[in-house]
Design a protein. Structure first.
Length: 689
């Protein structure tokens, strides 16, 4: 049996992996990840223990061809840590700016990772706009706090190599140079237990990567001092992808649509990423031909985690060699016309890795060594399960009958399993994982054996908890700060919180048990013949409230001049809803009418209301707030949500309080004076005027 401590570690690892890939899994997979090519790519990843972490400042800073070369071409587990979500940039396709733009760019990164197979992580820094100074960037982001973001991700991801942007540049925004400096500093800091000791809990420990490089497109060093550059070739043709790595990278990069990324795939040709070694432990030998020179990425490299304790695990070297041999047999059995040939050797791989995990858990290894080894072997187990599903020809989908539910609402889920392969499989169990206080029960369908071209269907009834929280970003910015607060520290670094509803399938190929997971999605047709769209089940409040304008000025010289506000209240519950809406105003101010009753006839209906607010006869200068509050069923609703949806991303919601910032101050205009005003990006002065 696996010990309780290792079971806890596995749960934490699953949360991180599920959160990191959930945005990718919820979109339709690309053809290369299915069928024979998908199996070939999955087999390529087996037995590879190397990890590379790429650290950048914004979405689109990454070298997409290099990411494809590493993750797809070489099977290296590759992560991208983007310190901001790109909130301070421009939007070439819509009106989203600031936090909303960050949500859009987060989803664009998730969309492009379908192509490069990379795991996405984020820091908590806010992109405040163009910066001419690294020092200014550190003042606004907080040097120590943002360095802590990088250190935490290095310790969690445990890369062998760190790549980052050029340390110096003669021009351009200095966020890039700040990110590079933090990556280089984190290279040593992550290995020092005296740095950020509060992170060293729950299985996280110090980690020393082997090497850190700067560079990317066109290199990154103006002087010629230091070791010569290392190139990562990206023009290599990959038969499993049907194109070169840089071609696939260009398709991935096209997902940065709001930044005006080119939409045309590059033609075949030579390409490369150029990197310069900044630091290494131990010191590098000099000239290198590859960023992973000197780094053993085979399974045998895992022996290093038991250094000094070899006598307690005398079986480790032989078991790792045996596992590597079994993986070689599975890779050698690959046949695009007969994927089932890989099933027997893959079963052997899975059984062997599980047996080794049990032996290590029952050994006398210290906790740190056991955790480190089990983390790598758990990853190998998960990758083998994915390969087995592809070799089997398993089709597993789980779809909800509603993509948008309110707290307490029941909805249905249909899960389908189909055996497309030529070998039988047995479904042992199919269940739904839901949050605490939600309920899920099976209403039809039974597990059974499935022969070739056979399938089964199970239906479930799910009810969201009465107090279910709306689906929204777990990160929030307080006004005036250039760093996010978070709802749950365990989620820091992930693009999104994991989906609320996940289908879990337990099945067997002969006697080998396998587990597959899929987020439950709602499938629909995109607008304007936009093709198939999917999104996870989103929780929304019964009533969504918006108020306009969001900023208002009350000139003191105007006396008790009334201000007019328009409210829009949307009903998100099925059927009819009786509600009311009112304004909460500062003491001494008056709102008319006092309340407006609302009667909704159907889900999605939106009703407007108008209010006027009158200040007292002699209002004091200052900043005030006017809040819109809707009530229904004894509950108050004080916010509305912005829908962020395009055909290349999954729909997301960003909530805003239904609040007006009202500024009262003395405004006087001389007679006959005309004032011209040029509006800037994100400017709200015109609304205030």
């Amino acid at each position: 049996m696996i010990s309780r401590s290792l079971r806890l570690l596995c749960v934490l690892c699953f949360l991180c992996v599920l959160g990191a890939v959930s945005g990718q899994a919820q979109l339709t997979p690309i053809p290369q990840d299915e069928g024979a090519s998908g199996l070939g790519l999955a087999l390529r990843r087996l037995g590879i223990t190397g990890r590379v972490l790429y650290v950048t400042a914004h979405p689109d800073d990454e070298h997409n061809g290099v990411l494809v070369a590493l993750a797809r071409g070489r099977g290296i587990r590759t992560g991208l840590l983007t310190l901001t979500r790109g909130e301070g940039g421009q939007n070439a396709i819509g009106s989203e700016l600031f936090e909303a733009l960050g949500v859009l760019r987060t989803e664009e990164l998730n969309a492009l990772h379908r192509y490069d197979g990379v795991e996405q992580y984020f820091g908590l820094a806010y992109e405040f706009g163009y910066s001419f100074s690294v020092e200014e960037t550190f003042r606004k982001w907080g040097h120590d706090e943002t360095l802590g973001d990088v250190v935490q991700r290095v310790r969690a991801f445990q890369p062998d190599v760190i790549l980052t942007l050029p340390l110096e540049s003669k021009g351009g925004g200095q966020h890039h140079q700040a990110a590079a400096r933090l990556a280089v500093e984190a290279f040593r800091a992550a290995a020092d237990p005296a740095r950020y000791p509060e992170q060293l809990t729950g299985g996280l420990g110090p980690w020393q990567a082997r090497k850190v490089y700067q560079g990317g497109v066109g290199g990154g060093r103006d002087s010629v001092a230091g070791p010569p550059p290392v190139t990562v070739r990206t023009g290599v043709y990959d038969p499993l992808l049907g194109m070169s790595w840089q071609e696939m990278g260009s398709i991935a990069r096209a997902s940065h649509r709001c930044q005006g990324a080119g939409q045309l795939k590059v033609d075949p040709g030579n390409g490369e990423g150029v990197y310069y070694l900044v630091d290494s432990v131990p010191p590098g030998p000099g000239k290198e031909d590859d960023i992973l020179d000197g780094v053993d990425v085979s399974l045998r490299s895992l022996r290093r985690f038991a250094a000094g304790e070899e006598a307690r695990v005398p079986f480790l070297e032989g078991d790792l060699d045996g596992l590597q041999q079994r993986i070689g047999e599975a890779q050698g059995a690959f046949d695009a016309k007969a994927p089932e040939k890989t099933l027997a050797p893959l079963r052997g791989v899975l059984d062997a890795v599980r047996a080794l995990r049990v032996r290590l858990d029952q050994s006398g290894l210290g906790p740190s060594a056991r955790r480190a080894l089990d983390d790598r072997l758990a990853e190998e187990e998960s990758e083998t399960e994915a390969a087995l599903a592809l070799g089997q020809g398993l089709s597993f989908v789980a779809r909800a009958d509603d993509g948008q539910v309110v707290p307490g609402q029941p909805f249905g889920v249909t899960a389908r399993v189909f055996n497309q392969g030529g070998s039988p499989l047995t479904v042992d169990a199919l269940s739904l994982r839901v949050p605490e206080a939600w309920s899920a029960s099976r209403v039809s369908g039974e597990p059974r054996e499935l022969g070739p071209s056979q399938g089964l269907e199970m239906k479930f009834s799910v009810t969201a908890a009465p107090g279910a929280r709306p689906s929204q970003p777990y990160w929030h910015r307080r006004e005036g700060r250039d760093r996010y607060d978070v709802d749950d520290p365990r989620l820091v670094g992930l693009p999104w919180a994991p989906p609320d509803v996940v289908a879990v399938l337990a099945w067997r190929t002969e006697a080998t048990r396998v587990e597959s997971r899929e987020p439950v999605v709602w499938r629909y047709e995109g607008p304007w013949v936009g093709g198939e769209k999917q999104k996870v089940v989103n929780v929304v409040p019964v009533l969504s409230v918006r108020i306009d304008p969001e900023i208002a000025v009350a000139p003191l010289s105007a006396g008790a001049a009334r201000k007019e506000f328009r409210l829009r209240v949307a009903n998100e519950a099925a059927g009819t809803t009786s509600a009311a809406v009112r304004l909460e105003v500062p003491r001494g101010w008056k709102a008319e009418p006092v309340e407006v009753p609302l009667a909704f006839a159907f889900e999605g209906e939106e009703i407007g209301a108008r209010f006027s607010v009158t200040p007292p006869a002699r209002p004091e200068a200052g900043q005030y707030q006017v809040r819109a509050i809707a009530t229904a069923g004894g509950r108050e609703y004080r916010e509305g949500y912005q829908v962020i949806a395009y055909d290349h991303i999954q729909e997301r919601h960003l909530f805003h309080p239904a609040t007006v910032r009202l500024e009262a101050f003395d405004v006087r205009v001389s007679p006959g004076v005309s004032v011209g005003y040029v509006m800037g990006s994100g400017d709200e002065v015109a609304e205030a005027l």
